[in-house]
Design a protein around this ligand. Structure first.
Ligand code: C5P
Length: 428
């Protein structure tokens, strides 16, 4: 697989020095990094340091004609898989939100057709100011991922949120953004969108899932025991979110019912957050009818029979409190029996051994059309790659281990083909 390409825009601010560590982390894991320094950023880190660490030319000025000959600013903004702004100052966020382009950094941000991730850093009052909060809301609405700043003591002596997240946290957010990155190769390459954070959408009517409505469940469910404790399965939600992103890019109307996960909503996806299996089951019912439902969520099989209103206390006696469980609804099996059963109903199964046999048994037991059997023996839980077998009554299609967004894209191609052979659902 080609190394991910990051365009890193470094704004001004005392935290700019942390971008040096970020470049080091990115290079260490094989990413290609191109740095752009704003004029203010140049006051805190030098182009020379960044060039040495990134092993790439560092760009500073829009009017450097030599740069235009080597690589125009439009090309620079698009020859990346992800644009990262760190530190994103209050001024840079305001310019991004307002669509201003008065220097190289802001011009690249306006011209890019790639996802954008911003890691803010500023004084606590500036971060909490209504104007900055309004800009952050606008940017998130435009599809830009804006991280929450860290909280702590600031260089200016004040305390609160506004510190640049640690380089390791920005690195993790970059990996998440890359895993959830749009998949333009699924689409005909006839169009480009000038909007930051938006994928290269082909005209709607040319997309393979245009006119289809797809429901996806993702993430874990949390079943409360008391106000501070819960029962849950291990699930990052990454595969389900990648599927939702790929479905939206393929032109479907996508309803994503998500358990508690800190992942950004993919562009074009309608997301409903839930906590428990009971809530997830109710939202699934609300979402019907759909052409296809893909149940990726790792739903907890049991919930606490009684939820304590107050925290259950250890009384020092060594006695453990009894925990009675009640069975949760099986959302997938319930949907298979529902009069409004989607024409294509897909379940997931995480298995460590006899993957295909277990998936075949699950297909029959749940009454769904396909099971995507996930071989977790190589531990993809929370990782970015997955090895799956598509188990259907007709046979088994085994796919090689690949990134979760590639699995999602391939699944959408298969779903689009399959839906062409099935009657649409009855609409209310
Ligand atoms: O039975 P198991 O949990 O292994 O089945 C996995 C499949 O069933 C997944 O598609 C999951 O989303 C779905 N499921 C569900 N409701 C449950 C349990 C599992 O929809 N209560």
């Amino acid at each position: 697989m080609a190394a991910p390409r990051i365009l890193l825009i470094i704004g001004g601010g005392i935290a700019a020095y942390k971008s040096i560590e970020l470049v080091r982390l990115l290079r260490k894991s094989g990413h290609v990094v191109r740095c752009v320094l704003t004029r203010a950023g140049e006051q805190f880190v030098t182009p020379l340091t960044l060039a040495a660490l990134s092993e790439n030319k560092v760009y500073t000025s829009l009017f450097d004609l030599k740069d235009e000959v080597e690589m125009g600013h439009i090309q620079l903004s698009r020859e990346a898989d992800l644009v990262v702004v760190a530190p994103a100052t209050a001024d840079l966020l305001a310019k991004m939100a307002g669509g201003q382009a008065d220097d190289l950094a802001t011009t690249l941000l306006l011209a890019t057709d790639k996802p954008v991730l911003a890691a803010p850093a500023m004084n606590v009052r500036m971060w909490l100011h209504a104007a900055t909060q309004r800009n952050v809301r606008a940017l998130r609405g435009d599809g830009v991922t804006v991280m929450e700043p860290d909280e702590g003591e600031m260089a200016c002596g004040e305390y609160g949120p506004g510190r640049l997240p640690e380089p390791a946290a920005i690195f993790a957010a970059i990996e998440d953004a890359l895993a959830n990155a749009p998949l333009p190769s699924l689409l005909p390459s006839s169009s480009t969108s000038p909007l930051a954070g938006q994928p290269d959408f082909a005209p709607a009517e040319h997309r393979p899932l245009h006119g289809r409505r797809i429901l996806i469940t993702a993430g874990p469910t949390h079943e409360p025991i008391d106000p501070v404790r819960y029962i849950a399965n291990r699930s990052s939600g990454k595969q389900g979110f990648a599927i939702a992103a790929a479905a939206a890019e393929a032109g479907a109307e996508v309803l994503l019912i998500a358990g508690p996960v800190p992942l950004p909503t993919p562009p074009g996806v309608i997301r409903v957050d839930v906590e428990t299996a009971t809530q997830m089951a109710a939202e699934v019912q609300q979402g019907l009818p759909v052409d296809a439902a893909i149940m990726v969520a790792a739903v907890a099989d049991w919930r606490a029979a009684d939820t304590a209103a107050q925290k259950i206390k250890k009384d020092g006696s060594g006695q453990v409190p009894p925990l009675a469980l009640a069975e949760n609804p099986d959302i997938l099996a319930g949907l298979a029996r529902d009069p409004r059963r989607p024409p294509l109903l897909i379940g997931f199964a995480a298995e460590t051994n006899d993957v295909i046999q277990h998936a075949q048994a699950k297909l029959a037991r749940k009454g769904c059309d396909w099971i995507v059997a996930n071989d977790v023996s190589a531990d993809p839980m929370g990782g970015d790659a997955n090895m799956v077998h598509i188990v259907t009554p007709q046979g088994v299609d085994s796919w090689e281990r690949q990134p979760k967004n590639a699995v999602a894209r391939k699944l959408m191609e298969k779903i689009a083909d399959e839906l062409d052979t099935r009657a649409p659902p009855e609409r209310d």
